[in-house]
Design a protein around this ligand. Sequence first.
Ligand SMILES: Cc1cc2nc3c(=O)[nH]c(=O)nc-3n(C[C@H](O)[C@H](O)[C@H](O)COP(=O)(O)OP(=O)(O)OC[C@H]3O[C@@H](n4cnc5c(N)ncnc54)[C@H](O)[C@@H]3O)c2cc1C
Length: 384
Amino acid sequence: MDFQLNAEQHMWQEAVHDFCQTELKPRAARTDAEAKLPLDVIKKMAPLGLLALPVAEADGGPGLDTISAAIAIEEIGRACGSTALSVAAHNGLCVSPLVAFGSTEQKAKYLPALMSGNTLGALALTEPGAGSDLAGGVQTTAVDEGDAWVINGSKAWITNPSLAPLIITLCRTDRAAGTHGFSLIIVETNRPGLTISPPEKKMGLKGSPTHMLTFDHVHVPCENLLGEAGQGLQQTLSTLDGGRIGIGAMAVGLAQAALDEAIRYAKERQTFGQPIAQHQAIQHMLADMSTEIEAARLLVYRAAWVKDQRANFGKEAAMAKLFASEAAERAAFKAIQIHGGYGYSAEFPVERIYRDQRLLTIGEGTSEILRTVIARRVLGASPT
Ligand SMILES: Cc1cc2nc3c(=O)[nH]c(=O)nc-3n(C[C@H](O)[C@H](O)[C@H](O)COP(=O)(O)OP(=O)(O)OC[C@H]3O[C@@H](n4cnc5c(N)ncnc54)[C@H](O)[C@@H]3O)c2cc1C
């Protein structure tokens, strides 16, 4: 086994790290306070390839492996949670399914705008009455009227639609066909009948725009179907498997940021005549944070590696996202503890990191659902 990044991955990590620490990190507090993404910095991400992480060179992308893509999201998360969520959703939830299931024409039509830095993509699965249980709960319908799909329904908690040229939308296209009765349809955001509600007011990740959508007889041409009709749920589950590596990587980045801040503070703050870093209780917290972050990172990179082997990586991605998101929660908790009262103040980054990481055990599969996914795979693999 080789636990080292290869030379290309190492160079990529350094380049993304430097960009994020210089451009994003100094803006993170403002991004949160103003609840606005730093769109000028996102524009600068385009030439680096950060907005085309899953895109092959032949399609105008950087042609990265999945470990490099995870490294990018980790470094963005280490600098700014809000930007990491929007960029992770753009790459993992919109660009990825377009690359995986889109026709040559669809890729040529939509990828340039998505990779330009002027827009971010969105995927709309969740509805007011359906999150974990998409198969049972999705009510949004798309009816084939010959030359167009006509879409009616609503979606909730969707990342990026106000910045997106298109929203890939999960619709029921054949109620009688059960789990084969769903389709993913590309809906351009300028289609009449589509309403993007004002952004949700959230606990954290405030710069990342989250919206409710309503579709009132939205007509889109038949060629906007992504892949085959009836495959939408299967395409969604496979997209979420990949997205979970991204959210796991984001969790590692946020946890690492919490550790960075905790170490810095522990060396500065003095109590009882010495820096608090000299107290064993503080050292143990730093040791636990550091160990769990390393374990989380290894799980994320391993899931990415399994994906690149073109093997089934659903269990590995679920384990990586489950462990990394819960490790980020513990790391952010301890980082605040190490800061004492100052950790509770918005003046210190750990307060924002604590709020930002909280989403990660919920979005793209809650911890409970991920445990179910993993248990099913473990039980299925058991000889008895
Ligand atoms: C900031 C933010 C951004 C988001 N971005 C997007 C996006 O871009 N696109 C998108 O489609 N969605 C998005 N979501 C939605 C997110 O994916 C859902 O919130 C998530 O999947 C959980 O669904 P739910 O909120 O409906 O919770 P529910 O499914 O109602 O779950 C509620 C609780 O019940 C538990 N539960 C449910 N079923 C079971 C079960 N079988 N066994 C045990 N426990 C169970 C859950 O784990 C959870 O604890 C976003 C959400 C947020 C907050």
